[in-house]
Design a protein. Structure first.
Length: 90
């Protein structure tokens, strides 16, 4: 349900962190791991399903916004997620 802006104590600009500030250039991550990293958590932090869903709401737009700086590794099987990492710019 929408809320009135006046109901918030503080409004701030919506900003995404740069991929190089979040991801190790030599590693590939699942979207679930990236969701944790964007919140300052370790990639293997255990989360309840509701919290993980909320974090994915932040991670997916971040991936789309930064797609030109990222690469994708195919999953090993159909029931596993793919992995994302920094695109080599060399």
């Amino acid at each position: 349900m929408p809320r009135q802006k006046s109901s918030f104590n503080r409004l701030r600009p919506f900003e995404f962190r740069e991929p190089a500030d979040v991801l190790d250039p030599d590693a590939m991550y699942t979207v679930y791991e990236i969701a944790r990293l964007l919140q300052g958590l370790e990639p293997d932090t255990e989360l309840d399903i509701e919290t993980e869903g909320i974090l994915l709401d932040w991670a997916i737009p971040w991936l789309v916004t930064n797609a030109d700086e990222l690469c994708f590794g195919d999953p090993e099987s159909d029931d596993e997620p793919g992995h994302y990492g920094l695109l080599d710019t060399e």
